[in-house]
Design a protein around this ligand. Structure first.
Ligand code: FA5
Length: 416
């Protein structure tokens, strides 16, 4: 449909104009429309038949009405930008054409009226555009916040609550038992010197016991990479026993401590061995401590921890820092202490012995007192080093130590 339009709207294809066509005609009447032709802004006022100053205002009012209709049809930032280019574009925007074709060539009588009307039109268009831009922006924000709005009627997301690792739970259990009989808890460094890990415990260099306790050696470096420590001067502790020495260096008897912590060895992983595992060291030094105090303490602990049903035994052993020394075993959970698996073959877990070793212990060797300046004639004591992982396995029926370190949630969930 070709219509007599003030500024070539048919050419630009503004459907919004078609919608507002009727009201536009009604508002500005036949007199004004009779002046208009297609692409009016491309024609001069003289060509449009505008001769009197009073014909100018209705002409611009019609232009504003069309601009507003077009502006209202812009519903997005993209539509707004297209509108801006159509009306304000420097090369062929409607305002440029109006300036070039209506204002500049206007005769002396019309020029002031056209100039004033054009300025007013610009200001009105600017105000309308600002309002529309704000409306589009807040509409976009509303759409975004509507998207992000939390729907409280939806069922919630259930986040699983974690639990303490079984090793930590067992540690707490063991600590509670020993604290209840007067022990206190101390902790020590995992990176040790060979002196505390071996020599002060009466294990000189080349002592055969060192073969069982081969470990990982570490070196300290500056940020630049320069090595600060001599080769072999720092290692990952192989047991918690260095804390016996560190504690006795600091404290005078009576001493009653337990020391939980991680230890490291160059052991091949299997069902009961790991290269990193947990120990709890125990140390009691006082006047007149005897082997009976030691067995009484251990029996009390075992009853509290396992209950009275478990079968246990002390077995003679050797540690360079205790004399006499023992190993403490519990009956094998895998074969029920028989030494034979269900298949009739030798139980692979206890290697047919029917027992699983839980810890080593003994009376503090007077040799060690020499390292910490205790008078061996006046004081005596006992010490033990428990494998916490094996204690947990025995109590909770876990047949593979590796399960503790694999972080399989199906395993961890069984110990909430
Ligand atoms: C010691 O480590 C001594 N320091 C214990 C001790 C302390 C003796 C105080 C006397 C006085 P042993 O090497 O046997 O001893 O280790 C103690 C316990 O750690 C073992 O009984 C066992 O339960 C556990 N254990 C040893 N090696 C491993 C391993 N590779 N993986 C898991 N547990 C282990």
């Amino acid at each position: 449909m070709v219509m007599p339009l003030p500024c070539g709207l048919a050419l630009l294809g503004w459907s919004s104009f078609e919608r507002s066509e009727k009201s536009f005609f009604a508002a500005f009447g036949v007199t004004y429309l009779s002046l208009m032709t297609e692409n009016s802004q491309e024609q001069t006022l003289a060509a449009l038949g505008v001769k009197q100053p009073d014909q100018v205002a209705p002409l611009f009012a019609g232009l504003l009405s069309l601009a507003k209709a077009d502006l209202n049809a812009a519903n997005s930032a993209e539509g707004f930008e297209k509108f801006r280019v159509r009306w304000l574009g420097r090369k062929s925007g409607v305002l440029t054409l109006v300036t070039d074709n209506w204002l500049k060539p206007a005769c002396k009588e019309l020029k002031p009226a056209v100039g004033q009307a054009l300025n007013k039109f610009k200001a009105q268009l600017e105000t309308a555009m600002e309002a529309r831009r704000a409306a589009i922006e807040s509409g976009a924000q509303e759409a975004v916040s509507a998207k992000d709005r939390v729907d409280l009627s939806l069922p919630g997301v259930i986040r699983p609550v974690g639990s303490r690792h079984l090793i930590r739970q067992v540690l707490q259990e063991i600590e509670d038992i020993f604290v209840s009989i007067g022990f206190s808890v101390v902790e020590g460094p995992e990176i040790e010197t060979p002196y505390y890990n071996f020599e002060a415990l009466n294990i000189p260099e080349f002592h055969p016991v060192r073969d069982d306790m081969d470990t990982f050696y570490v070196e300290a470096r500056r940020e630049s990479g320069a090595v600060l420590t001599a080769p072999g001067s720092l290692l990952l502790r192989t047991h918690t026993s260095p804390m016996q020495i560190r504690t006795m260096e600091k404290r005078k008897p009576p001493v009653r401590v337990i020391v939980p912590g991680k230890v490291y060895r160059r052991d091949n992983p299997d069902a009961t061995h790991s290269f990193m595992f947990h120990q709890i060291e125990g140390l009691a030094v006082d006047h007149d401590i005897t082997f009976c105090d030691f067995t009484g303490t251990i029996e009390y602990f075992v009853k509290q921890y396992f209950g009275s049903g478990v079968k246990t035994r002390f077995r003679p052993s050797y540690f360079p820092f205790t004399e006499p020394s023992v190993e403490f075993d519990v009956s094998c959970i895998f074969c029920g202490g028989s030494g034979s698996a269900a298949s009739g073959q030798t139980c692979g877990k206890c290697k047919g012995s029917g027992w699983i070793e839980l810890f080593g212990a003994g009376m503090v060797d007077p040799e060690v007192d020499g390292f910490v300046n205790y008078d061996a004639k006046k004081v005596s004591g006992f010490a033990f080093g428990m494998g916490m992982d094996r204690l947990s396995m025995r109590k909770y029926g876990i047949d593979d130590i590796q399960a503790f370190f694999q972080n399989d949630v199906r395993f961890l969930k069984q110990f909430p």
